[in-house]
Design a protein around this ligand. Structure first.
Ligand code: UD1
Length: 422
């Protein structure tokens, strides 16, 4: 096993390129199951979750080929499999995204239930309720969701909660259903809008993806598509926090600042200066960060996937901030580790009260989930002395070469074998 070592205290300076978005790439890869022709994707990030999805698709009979420049060609023309096995699903919850496409294309899907995960229970009841509305017969058998239907039929679906992957699954399933589907209280995340655009390029008839009201007119079949994956807004936000937390001057190129409004607003409130144009954003950190309260929510509110990183920044802010987590019930596991670095954070129910300290001090810490590991690296960049972050397989799920990108900005950070790793 490997770990990341950081010698903190360097102000980051320079420019870094945003990678393709994990949470856009994964559903688009799953959507390839719907297409009777090759899907050529570019700007696909080189991540563990992307490899897991590729392995899962291969296991379903999709031909997967790589290409130069972060390209991926997925051809499901000859796919026949419809069982997503536990071994793969348990390593990545987003595997559930194959459920809708498999059912719509082959009339049958067996997908292992994802089980719990570190940041909360994360059920898929809304996915199943929606598929049931579309006419699927659903049973749970030996830990698998077994769904069947001759041809799905359009329906009006109201989501009790605007689940992101739930909206995506239903949008994909409804694309090949007979008649019209309305998804109400849909998730509005930009990744949902992007999936809608890709499905339309394949021949689907979807309006409103990216709003809370999506209308889908089912079509008979979907075909090949060429698509470049949008930039990762969470990776971009993480680099902006890296600029702020080190009082540095960091520019992220090839990103979409418009997708980061809530995060940028909070960074400004915290004392940073922001300059941006359509596809780049520059942050000039200040010497003393100010406290700013955050409440996570569905897009366009502050993303839960940025909560841990922003908390690392608030740990060294002047004053006390409250971070309210409204999406996941157990997303404060980074708190105990940040405390090991000298942070003063108390968790009260679904809020964390962060009393800013003058400085963090380097410590050995352990990553517990993807975004938590990013917050520990950020803490390490600001801390005095040496921080080692173990269990970094979590970070490799969602950040492409984070230590290389940060060292290019001047950080003293490297990856090494973890002598204590198991
Ligand atoms: C997606 C993102 C993840 C992000 C999350 C919230 C991907 C691959 N992952 O995850 O990075 O943190 O959105 O922005 O895009 N819920 C139910 N029943 C369901 C589905 C969800 O109760 O059937 C609840 C969840 O427990 C959670 C909330 O709804 O409390 C939101 O979850 P959801 O939007 O579904 O998250 P994911 O799509 O899994």
């Amino acid at each position: 096993m490997e770990r990341i070592v950081i010698r903190g205290g360097t102000r980051l300076r320079g420019a870094v390129a945003a990678s393709g978005a994990k949470n856009a790439a994964l559903p688009i890869m799953a959507a390839s199951l719907l297409a009777e022709g090759p899907c050529r994707l570019s700007n696909v990030p080189e991540l563990r979750d992307v490899r897991t999805m590729a392995t899962l698709l291969e296991s379903l009979g999709v031909r997967v080929a790589g290409g130069a420049g972060a390209q991926l060609v997925l051809d499901a023309s000859a796919a026949t499999g419809h069982r997503a096995a536990y071994d793969l699903v348990r390593t990545m919850r987003a595997s559930v995204l194959v459920l809708g496409p498999l059912l719509a294309r082959f009339g049958e899907a067996q997908v292992s239930l994802p089980g719990g995960c570190a940041i909360g229970a994360r059920p898929i009841n809304l996915h199943l309720k929606g598929l049931d509305k579309l006419g699927a017969e659903i049973t749970i058998d030996e830990g698998y969701v077994c769904a069947r239907s001759r041809r799905l039929r359009g329906a009006r679906i109201y989501l009790d909660l605007p689940s992101v992957t739930g909206t995506m699954n239903l949008m994909m399933a409804a694309s090949l259903a007979r008649g019209i589907t309305l998804i109400e209280n849909a998730a509005c995340e930009p990744e949902v809008a992007e999936l809608g655009a890709v499905l339309n390029d394949m021949g689907a008839c979807i309006e409103g993806a990216g709003t809370d009201h999506i209308r889908i007119e089912g079509v008979q079949w979907l075909g090949a598509v060429d698509h470049s994956v949008m930039p990762d807004r969470i990776e971009t936000g993480t680099f902006l926090v890296a600029g702020a937390i080190t009082g540095g001057d960091v520019t992220v190129r090839g990103c979409r600042p418009a997708h980061l409004e809530a995060v940028i607003e909070k960074l400004i409130e915290a004392g940073a200066e922001i300059q941006m144009d359509a596809d780049a954003v520059r942050i000039l950190g200040s010497d003393r960060v100010r406290a700013a309260d955050v409440k996570t929510g569905g897009y366009p509110a502050f993303a839960t996937d940025m909560q841990a990183q922003f908390m690392a920044l608030m740990a060294i802010a002047e004053g006390t901030s409250v971070m309210a987590e409204t999406i996941f019930e157990n997303r404060f596991m980074h708190v105990a580790e940040l405390r090991r670095m000298g942070a003063d954070i108390r968790v009260q129910g679904n809020s964390a009260v962060v009393r800013g300290v003058k400085r963090l001090s380097g410590a050995p810490v352990m990553a517990t989930d993807l975004r938590a590991s990013a917050s520990l690296i950020l803490g390490g960049l600001a801390a005095e002395g040496r921080t080692t972050v173990s269990r970094i397989y979590h970070i490799d799920r969602g950040y492409e070469q984070i230590e290389k990108k940060l060292s290019a900005l001047g950080a003293q950070i490297w990856r090494e074998k973890d002598p204590g790793g198991v």
